[in-house]
Design a protein around this ligand. Structure first.
Ligand code: SAM
Length: 165
């Protein structure tokens, strides 16, 4: 059930820390057909509407070579989300779970990720299918889809393991 900014039965918030640990550069904006969270899909679909990733001219040079990839991973800042709800009730039924066991947009760092199909490159604009965010959502990063890369080699005898001294 899509939320706006309400706190539901069973949910818990925390005080936000009094300082940030890092800062971001938004590299552009995402243009989609959706202007309300209530109508935005919960997850994008590769056969969804074509959306625009509009990179700021400042970063456009970073797109060279991207035409080699059919699928991309897009990271974006869910800028209308509250950030303090550590226990949430997605169905608004009194049953609540920790934020890190959910793909809720309401999180301490409201970063969304989508795997999208690259349809066309038009200068600093990528036309893609598979998004699920509001029109005007800030763009954080674009990378080739990680599943297109070979898995890392399996561990070998003698490799360092966490817990080794
Ligand atoms: N695919 C991403 C993920 O899994 O990380 C986002 C999934 S999140 C469940 C998608 C929902 O976030 C949408 O249905 C909408 O309710 C909400 N949403 C979309 N854009 C938003 C924005 N800019 N600010 C806050 N909420 C947003």
């Amino acid at each position: 059930m899509v939320r706006l900014n309400e706190i539901r039965q069973g949910e818990r918030s925390v005080d936000l820390p009094d300082r940030f640990d890092a800062s971001l550069y938004f590299i552009g904006r995402i243009r989609t057909p959706w202007t309300s969270r209530l109508e935005t899909p919960r997850q994008g679909r590769l056969d969804g509407p074509t959306c625009r990733l509009e990179l700021d001219a400042h970063w456009a040079d970073g797109l060279s070579g991207i035409d080699a990839f059919e699928r991309l991973e897009v990271l974006y800042w869910l800028h209308e989300s509250r950030r303090d709800l550590v226990h949430q009730s997605p169905r608004n039924d009194g049953e609540a779970r920790g934020v890190f066991s959910l793909r809720t947009p309401v999180r301490p760092n409201p970063i969304g990720t989508s795997i999208v199909r690259l349809v066309k490159i038009d200068g600093p604009v990528l036309l893609v299918r598979g998004m699920d965010c509001l029109d005007g959502t800030p763009l954080v990063d674009v990378k080739p889809d990680r599943t297109l890369f070979e898995p890392l080699a399996p561990a070998q005898p003698g490799d360092f393991q966490v817990g080794d001294t």
